[in-house]
Ligand binder design. Structure first.
Ligand code: GDP
Ligand code: CA
Length: 328
């Protein structure tokens, strides 16, 4: 079975590990592809940083720092201290030594003329990930945050330096009008038996992937059912600041609102199915008139078991909506 996941970052990494775990336990052959958000990427100290990709890479390789929740395990910061002295790195952005190794390799390959897709391939080849990562696009589409009465700032400055406290009025991906989906992402969507939208930040992780011109059309043209998983549980984020991003684009922080935001395929949206947490079971009936088949299951990913069970629930809902579509 070909499973293609869309997302980016830590929530996506947890979910993809669950999908991989479920696939291994099932004993059947699976191919897992992930279309990764690239709009968190930015240039710092002359290096190209790709936080969503690296969160996935490190977590899938098992070399991530599980206590801090991001970056490499057993990390040090000697180089960053030197960069501070030279005044070439912002003091609010942590750059670990091992992590810098990744950024230097990536930047070197980009400067040799490799595409972002090729760089993903090289970085992923180091470990047996059991998953193939594809950038949503090979173009640079860094997110900038629109601030009332001020110039837009790069997403990382808003998110990390200002902890999302500067009042945002919206998000824009620079040069996205000229971007196109990366060929590997398009192939992964076309060959998918099921497409899963990870419980990632809907505004700044999943949003920019869907905003790449051609990406929505590719999803709508695909024969696979599309099932999303809510990253919002009981009206709150599990971790991170997605609530601030939702508010900035005028959306309530609830599983129901995010389901409506992605929309049902039947009404021009994206989703065939939507998983909400058992604590949000009321959203199942509330979303039915909007044409969305929702189901309430436990959405907390605490460990390998709970993450694998969530993946199984997402695949079961995909199978059910596909059956229902066939019956019509
Ligand atoms: P980031 O780019 O590292 O911020 O990561 P993502 O965009 O992938 O993930 C952030 C989202 O993951 C947040 O909205 C969280 O609420 C969600 N998330 C994190 N852990 C869990 C979990 O255990 N279950 C669910 N359903 N969502 C989670
Ligand atoms: Ca992200």
């Amino acid at each position: 079975m070909n499973i293609t996941v869309i997302g980016g970052g830590v929530g996506c990494a947890r979910f993809v590990k669950g999908v991989r775990e479920h696939a291994q336990r099932s004993g059947r052959d699976h191919r897992i592809d992930v279309v990764v958000n690239t709009a968190d990427d930015w240039w710092v100290s002359g290096l190209r940083i790709a936080p969503d990709h690296d969160s996935l890479l490190y977590a899938l390789a098992g070399v991530n720092d599980t206590v801090r929740g991001w970056g490499r395990d057993d990390e040090s910061e000697r180089v960053a201290a030197e960069l501070q002295v030279w005044g070439t790195a912002p003091e609010w952005f942590t750059l670990g030594d091992l992590d810098l190794g990744t950024h230097i390799a990536r930047t070197a390959w980009l400067r040799e003329g490799l595409s972002v897709s090729e760089v993903y391939r090289r970085l992923g080849a180091r470990w047996d990930l059991g998953v193939t990562l594809h950038p949503a696009t090979d173009a640079e589409i860094d997110t900038h945050v629109l601030i009332e009465g001020a110039e837009p700032i790069h997403f990382q400055e808003w998110w990390v330096r200002h902890r999302a406290h500067l009042p945002a009025t919206g998000f824009a991906q620079r040069d996205i009008a000229d971007a196109a989906p990366a060929p590997g992402a398009l192939e992964a969507i076309a060959r998918a038996d099921v497409v899963l939208i990870a419980p990632s930040n809907p505004v700044v992780s999943v949003g920019p992937v869907l905003a790449v011109p051609g990406m929505r059309d590719a999803l709508l043209a695909a024969s696979a059912p599309v099932v999303g998983v809510s990253g919002i549980i009981s009206g709150a984020v599990v971790r991170g600041m997605a609530d601030v991003c939702l508010a900035a684009i005028g959306l309530e922080t609830s599983a129901e609102a995010v389901g409506r935001h992605y929309g049902a395929r039947a009404t021009g949206g994206l989703l065939d199915g939507w998983l909400v947490d058992t604590s949000d079971a009321h959203a199942v009936d509330a979303l039915a008139p909007a044409g969305l088949t929702a189901r309430a299951v436990p959405l907390w990913m605490r460990d390998a078991d709970s993450s694998a069970r969530l993946a199984a629930d997402a695949l079961a809902l995909a199978a059910d909506v596909a059956l229902a579509a066939d019956a019509h």
